[in-house]
Design a protein around this ligand. Structure first.
Ligand SMILES: Nc1nc2c(ncn2[C@@H]2O[C@H](COP(=O)(O)OP(=O)(O)OP(=O)(O)O)[C@@H](O)[C@H]2O)c(=O)[nH]1
Ligand SMILES: [Mg+2]
Length: 359
């Protein structure tokens, strides 16, 4: 099962451009109605040292799927077919990479005549909020019948939904409502789009604009929201992604770029998705496995193979950092840093594991 990150934003803000910078897909189609999608490897500095240490002939990085969702705008998720199709794309992904136009250029068509990142972000959020209010109302209506027969669970769920609905009606996205665990449980099946974590990408025209007033406004907004934010010259980096390595270096120097945003963007998206890695490493391969933060050892084992989950006995764990510090598995064990964990152990980022099982 792969994790998906959706790229959203107003029409013409640079979504496809940023998508191309990330995926090197070379997609075109300004105003396209269909989503572009591509699976990208998550850059990880830990792979190379492990491959060298184990002399593994094969490496399998973590991946995420990037989905370039056609432009959302004011009123675009309202009733009609196109709106519900757009919304379905957003429902399908687990986090949103929100592209925001932070450059002025009258020659490049845009939704509005002015540039105003906070207005743009809030415009899209409002679309998500309105769609969610409808979804929650539908659930309340469904629960109503049950509640009238005296079903206590239904009554409690209605209370949760009504509270969430009231806040949505005030324009507050679900992810900013400080929902309790119980409320989250009630609302999970609704797959609310305003609950999905967001990160922001400020799209600028050139490096010299990286501190412009629009970027500053977006940065302030992102900080207050506790969200990741990255600034990128979308078009330059999309161009660079199409070049061979030598030309790439030259072009980057010309543009005053020391690194491309591609890797930072993918890692930030990975973080926004709430994902971490654990690792299996041996003579055959180094394999990076993706799990959600908070995953139990037995469930993590199931990512590798269902047999490992069903026949789970123990998980042997060392950390990547310890392995690098001590230089070998044996040395880590000798230092007493090798652990045996049970099925409820919460797997941590960078754990290198062996699953003991009886299947
Ligand atoms: N100068 C400049 N132009 C850009 C930049 N990013 C995007 N553009 C231009 O803006 C226009 C729209 O960019 P797209 O990436 O197609 O925008 P989009 O958000 O995918 O648009 P829709 O799919 O129509 O919603 C294109 O003409 C791009 O070349 C940038 O960083 N600098
Ligand atoms: Mg596009």
């Amino acid at each position: 099962m792969g994790f998906q990150c959706g790229i959203v934003g107003l029409p013409g803000c640079g979504k496809t451009t940023v998508y191309n910078a990330i995926t090197a897909a070379g997609a075109t189609g300004y105003g396209a109605q269909e989503a572009n999608r591509a699976v990208v490897a998550v850059p990880d500095d830990r792979i190379r040292p492990l491959v060298d240490m184990y002399k593994a002939p094969k490496e399998v990085p973590a991946t995420v799927e990037m989905v370039d969702i056609p432009g959302l705008k004011k009123g675009s998720t309202a009733g009609d077919g196109r709106g519900s199709k757009l919304l379905a794309h957003v429902k399908d992904v687990e986090a949103l990479l929100h592209v925001v136009r932070c450059f002025d250029d009258k020659n490049i068509p845009f939704e509005y005549d002015t540039i105003n990142p906070v207005r743009d972000v809030e415009t899209i959020d409002l679309e998500l909020v309105v769609a969610d209010a409808q979804t929650v109302q539908n659930k309340i209506d469904r629960l109503g019948k049950k509640a009238r027969t005296g079903d206590k669970d239904a009554k409690r769920e209605i209370e949760h939904c009504e509270k969430i609905k009231a806040a949505l009606d005030e324009g507050i996205p679900a992810r900013k409502q400080g929902l309790s665990d119980a409320e989250i449980v009630t609302i999970t099946e609704c797959n609310l789009v305003s609950l999905k974590p967001q990160m922001y990408v400020g799209n600028i025209k050139s490096q010299s604009e990286k501190d412009n007033e629009h970027v500053k406004a977006l940065a302030k907004y992102a900080e207050e929201a506790g969200a990741e934010m990255i600034v990128i010259c979308g078009r330059d980096e999309a161009d660079i992604s199409q070049l061979e390595d030598e030309d790439k270096a030259m072009f980057m120097e010309e543009l005053g770029l020391t690194e491309t945003s591609r890797e930072r963007l993918i890692r930030a998206a990975y973080k926004t998705l709430g994902l971490i890695d654990f690792i299996t490493a041996g003579e055959t391969e180094v394999h990076i496995w993706t799990i959600r933060k908070g995953t139990r050892a037995q469930d993590a084992a199931g990512k590798i193979h269902t047999d490992l989950m069903e026949g789970f006995i123990r998980m042997e764990v060392i950390t990547y950092d310890d392995l690098m510090e001590y230089g070998s598995e044996a040395a880590v064990a000798k230092a007493g840093k090798h652990r045996l964990e049970g099925k409820d152990y919460i797997v941590q980022d960078g754990d290198i594991v062996v699953v003991r099982h009886n299947k």
